[in-house]
Design a protein around this ligand. Structure first.
Ligand code: AMP
Length: 244
């Protein structure tokens, strides 16, 4: 990532003293998804602009411009960015000090709230598992509906932001638990990207498979792909490359 993407607007000494910067996470998964997407599209990765969406219990989105990650939603820790199963994702940092003062809780307690009690679980009050929350929303549960709307909205904004940050966007790639398996969540996200010319093929979106696949129509201005992630394979390939 370039410095403008990985630096935080904090006093420079925090970077100098502690290397406080955005590192991102899920890099192995994003790299695998990007490579598989290039294979599927039959074009070299360096010629493509990809937005890879790792939507699992943790979630992050990466802008892969001509084969290089230029920005990603996770930050100094995996807490930044999207709303996740139990993590809040990005919130106003002043909320921390406000709640800590109001409730007199410790740093560790606040950390646990943000990492383990927030996100889909915290908003729905039900579960961190999107399957449970989708079922509850279907049954009319308002908190579950709100959690899903918030989740999709944050994914939509991240994709829109990276679209603006890249020089081209050829494909949006979905991976991890929700991205690979949830026909419904893919549909909801794609619906919100119609302004970008994204058009899902409902039949292709409904296909269940362990293979990388296209789920958009031939007319879609941006191709939508599902790539089942394989971090273990990516790591093994990296080890092989390192060993020569
Ligand atoms: P991961 O962290 O990649 O293993 O993803 C796990 C998460 O994926 C679960 O907690 C669920 O929220 C989500 N998930 C898996 N299968 C489905 C599905 N069919 N529909 C919706 N969410 C799913």
């Amino acid at each position: 990532m370039p410095a403008k993407a990985y630096m935080y607007p904090l006093p420079a000494r925090y970077y100098d003293d502690y290397r406080i910067r955005r590192y991102g996470a899920h890099g192995t998964s994003h790299r695998y998804a990007a490579q598989q997407a290039a294979n599927l599209l039959g074009r070299p990765l360096r010629d493509l602009g990809l937005i890879t969406c790792h939507l699992g219990n943790g979630g992050s989105i990466t802008a892969v411009n001509h084969g290089k990650s230029i920005d990603t939603t996770m930050g100094f820790t995996p807490l930044e960015g999207l709303m996740m199963g139990t993590r809040s994702g990005s919130i106003d940092p002043a909320i921390l000090t406000y709640i800590m003062r109001r409730e007199g809780i410790s740093f560790d307690e606040m950390d646990a709230v943000l990492n383990r009690e927030s996100g889909v679980l915290g908003v729905s009050g039900l579960s961190a598992d999107m399957r449970d929350v989708l079922a509850a929303a279907d049954a009319g549960n308002e908190q579950a509906r709100l959690a899903i709307d918030m989740y999709v909205y944050r994914v939509q904004k991240a994709i829109g932001g990276f679209y603006a940050a890249m020089t081209r966007t050829d494909a949006v790639v979905m991976t991890a638990g929700i991205g690979e398996n949830s026909v419904e969540m893919r549909r909801r996200v794609a619906d919100k990207l119609a302004w970008l010319g994204v058009e899902l093929d409902p039949e292709l979106n409904a296909v269940r498979s362990d293979d990388p696949r296209v789920i958009s129509t031939p007319n879609s201005k941006i191709t939508c792909l599902v790539v089942p992630t394989n971090e273990e394979l990516m790591i093994a390939l990296d080890v092989e490359a390192l060993l020569g």
